[in-house]
Design a protein around this ligand. Structure first.
Ligand SMILES: *[C@@H]1O[C@H](CO)[C@@H](O)[C@H](O)[C@H]1NC(C)=O
Ligand SMILES: *[C@@H]1O[C@H](CO)[C@@H](O)[C@H](O)[C@H]1NC(C)=O
Ligand SMILES: *[C@@H]1O[C@H](CO)[C@@H](O)[C@H](O)[C@H]1NC(C)=O
Ligand SMILES: *[C@@H]1O[C@H](CO)[C@@H](O)[C@H](O)[C@H]1NC(C)=O
Ligand SMILES: [Zn+2]
Length: 725
């Protein structure tokens, strides 16, 4: 690799772009120079930063884009090179920024800019380790993006759209288990190899920035001393909604799958909820509809009947934003975005994302669009990011970000709340019913709840557990175990071991992206929605509001988006909602469904939560190939561990700990039976069809060995290629 990695040093870079040295470069090393007391000098410094950053970041974005839309070795190396350049640049300016005596300056903008520059994230690492870290990050993300689940002697399927489709549409628990486990087997072990090193290097970078660990650095984005308490408070407020929804779902799934799979006092097996991560349950709405005689329109079907195309979906999204008087996207957006999975054989990363190229005219979306209502919403969401980019593009690059990361997410989400209203979908010709009666309305609200309310614990606990990994509370030998205690309030359908690494099956973990933004924006979108609907003059129930065409709502939003991150976020929040705190009030107002759920659950004598369930975790001694012949040993269940944890956690977490314990002792025997049964079915496969291919689905559970021996991938995409020294 040698020479590919030699990067121009910072001063070289600067020379390269601008051909002249500014005074403080000469004083580099002389930290007591008067220049660092001089505010005029600070302003010139910032201008200089501005001019160079546009170039350096643009080059990096371009290289990243090339890589994720055309995954190959050459593009990877190019991206790593540009990432190094960007880090060098950041390191140079960050180090300088720290020397200025900010406390003595008058201009609050200069002070805010300089203090933002001081956090240089991973660029603080020594060069060798930075190189290793970048490569490791790229490795983890690439492993996720290119992983496939292979069928027994059949083809291998990517997550998007094939495996996700199985999770969304199959109602056969064996098929679901195949997909659920196959995906985790395809990603987990690959990422686990490097995860520990990733945690080490992340923490080292955080320390060099003056933080305790990477979790603390992530939290610092929100500039709040009460962040953890505030989050917990929000979570507590939302708990009744979630627990009632959970109990209702459990009853409905019990009706469908029967008592062998669903225990009415226990957690729900995670593979039955219509989503790979059980983070949204909306795909199984048909199984749990409160009033099944009044099914909701199948919007995806209507879209297909009307011959919608991916591009039309983007145009619809664009129309909505411009109807509010907001900005339209520049022509390049339509030319350069990747709206569909490319058909030319390129390997691409399909996870949807929006891109700002930092030159004020180039903005793109990358998405493997399918014509579904889900993807339509996802496009509205991504267009929200683009709108933010467009609105703050005239600000300094330092302020080109959301007021906080949750604001960035909330923009698109608040728009989708309007789009999903009955009124709007009717106007778009996607519904056949003119009116919603009260029962249809409950069905509709159930759909919303399955998307939003079901997401609450997942969104909240995802970073809570990562913060614990970073601060060492969760050690590497219990990563997987603690994951199941943490983020999900439902249980893994089969025993998991420390050879598995289930967190990596989620993009944001493999791609090292903070997740708290999604929890906060979940709440924030309703707060925004309420404020925008008020500006529109909407009267009546919140879920009936559609802000389409409202210039008043648009103006309110615009004024906020234009600010980027130039003002503290509580100020920005106040501008739009009149409040300075994120509050669960609006989401509770919107969720009229709670009353209905409570009544329903009381009638059924439902038990909220899973009070007498306890987790167990399987220590596995055998190797992967004999995975199905698990021996379950009760002595290995370590109750002491959870007791200790429970003591250290606050009370509400205790409930979740209990929740996540997979099976109680009494539940264990059925699980064992399943395993034993599976071995026999492996020997004499019954005839079954799966995705059109004759096979015994459960057999595919062994497929991780298929992944390892599968030679379809070029060598560089396999672990062996990425040497870590
Ligand atoms: C600050 O720097 C500027 C530009 O070099 C110079 O004109 C000015 O006199 C300096 N101010 C002080 C207080 O040193
Ligand atoms: C930055 O660019 C602007 C516009 O191109 C120019 O006017 C300014 O002098 C540049 N500043 C520095 C410090 O290079
Ligand atoms: C993909 O990247 C390779 C290597 O950089 C390049 O040669 C090829 O033209 C790219 N493919 C497309 C379709 O851009
Ligand atoms: C950015 O500045 C240009 C030129 O001054 C102006 O035309 C445009 O409206 C501004 N854009 C925004 C979003 O403020
Ligand atoms: Zn987003």
């Amino acid at each position: 690799m040698g020479t590919r990695w030699t990067c121009p040093g910072p001063s070289l870079l600067v020379l390269f772009y601008y051909g002249h040295l500014l005074p403080w470069l000469r004083t580099e090393g002389d930290q007591s120079s008067d220049d660092f007391y001089n505010e005029t000098m600070a302003k010139i410094f910032l201008q200089y930063y501005e001019n160079t950053t546009r170039v350096v970041w643009n080059r990096f974005m371009e290289a990243s884009w090339n890589y994720v839309t055309n995954i190959n070795q050459q593009n990877l190396e190019e991206m790593l090179l540009k990432d190094m350049e960007r880090s060098q640049h950041m390191l140079f300016f960050g180090t300088q920024a720290r020397l200025f005596k900010i406390a003595r300056f008058q201009d609050p903008v200069v002070k805010r800019m300089l203090s933002k520059l001081q956090n240089i994230d991973k660029a603080a690492l020594p060069k060798d380790e930075l190189r290793e870290y970048n490569k490791l990050l790229a490795y983890m993300e690439t492993m996720y993006s290119t992983a496939q689940v292979c069928m027994n002697e059949g083809p291998c399927l990517p997550l998007q759209r094939d495996i996700e489709e199985v999770m969304a549409t199959s109602r056969d628990q064996k098929e679901l288990l195949w997909a659920w486990q196959g995906w985790r087997d395809a990603v987990g072990p690959q990422v686990r190899m490097t995860f520990e090193r990733y945690v080490q290097l992340s923490n080292k970078a955080a320390k060099l920035n003056g933080y305790e660990d990477m979790g603390a650095l992530w939290q610092s984005t929100y500039k709040s001393d009460t962040l953890e308490q505030d989050l917990e408070h929000l979570y507590q407020e939302l708990q009744p909604l979630y627990l009632n929804l959970h109990a209702y779902m459990r009853r409905a799934l019990h009706r469908h799958y029967g008592p062998e799979l669903i225990d009415l006092r226990g957690p729900i097996p995670a593979h039955l909820l219509g989503n790979m991560w059980a983070q949204s349950w909306v795909n199984i709405l048909d199984l749990v509809l409160p009033f099944p005689k009044k099914p909701l329109d199948d919007i995806t079907r209507n879209m297909k009947v009307q011959h919608w195309k991916p591009e039309k979906m983007f145009i619809e999204a664009e129309n909505f934003y411009t109807s509010l008087g907001l900005l339209s996207t520049p022509p390049d957006f339509w030319r350069k975005s990747m709206m569909e999975r490319l058909a030319d054989g390129r390997e691409v990363e399909c996870h949807a994302s929006a891109w700002d190229f930092y030159n004020g005219q180039d903005f793109r979306i990358k998405k493997c669009t399918e014509v579904t209502i889900e993807d339509l919403f996802s496009i509205f969401h991504q267009m929200g990011h683009i709108q933010y980019f467009l609105q703050y593009k005239n600000l300094s690059v330092i302020f080109r970000a959301g007021a906080n990361p949750a604001f960035e997410e909330a923009v698109g989400l608040v728009i989708t709340l309007s789009v999903f209203s009955h009124k709007h979908l009717l106007n778009k010709g996607l519904l056949s019913h003119q009116h919603q009666d009260s029962e249809e309305e409950v069905n509709f609200l159930m759909g919303i709840a399955l998307d939003k309310i079901a997401f609450i614990p997942f969104a909240y606990l995802m970073d809570l557990s990562r913060w614990k990994v970073f601060d060492g509370t969760i050690q590497k030998d219990v990563y997987n175990q603690e994951w199941w205690r943490g983020p999900l309030a439902c249980a893994p359908p089969i025993p998991r071991t420390e050879e598995d690494f289930d967190p990596a099956a989620k993009f944001h973990i493999s791609a090292s992206m903070p997740y708290l933004r999604y929890f906060l924006s979940l709440v924030l979108q309703f707060q925004f929605h309420e404020a925008l609907c008020k500006a529109t003059g909407h009267m009546g129930l919140l879920h009936r509001c559609d802000i389409y065409n409202s210039k008043m709502a648009g103006k309110l939003l615009e004024d906020v988006l234009k600010l980027g991150s130039s003002k503290p976020w509580p100020e920005v929040l106040e501008k739009i909602t009149g409040e300075t705190k994120v509050s669960a009030k609006a989401i509770m107002t919107y969720s009229k469904l709670l009353n209905w759920l409570v009544t329903e659950n009381v009638q059924q004598w439902e038990i909220l939560g899973w009070p007498d369930f306890s987790c167990y975790f399987e220590e596995k001694e055998t190797d992967k190939v004999t995975f199905l012949s698990l021996e379950l040993d009760p002595n290995q269940v370590n109750f002491g561990q959870w007791v200790l944890l429970a003591l250290s956690f606050v009370m509400f977490l205790v409930a979740l700990l209990l929740a996540c314990r997979l099976h109680s002792l009494e539940k264990r025997s059925p699980a064992q039976d399943t395993s034993v049964q599976d071995i026999s079915t492996l020997e004499i496969p019954p005839k079954a069809y799966f995705l059109g291919i004759a096979m015994e689905p459960r057999q595919a559970v062994k497929r991780w060995s298929c992944w390892a021996s599968n030679n379809r991938k070029p060598l560089w995409m396999k672990a062996e290629w990425w040497s870590w020294d």
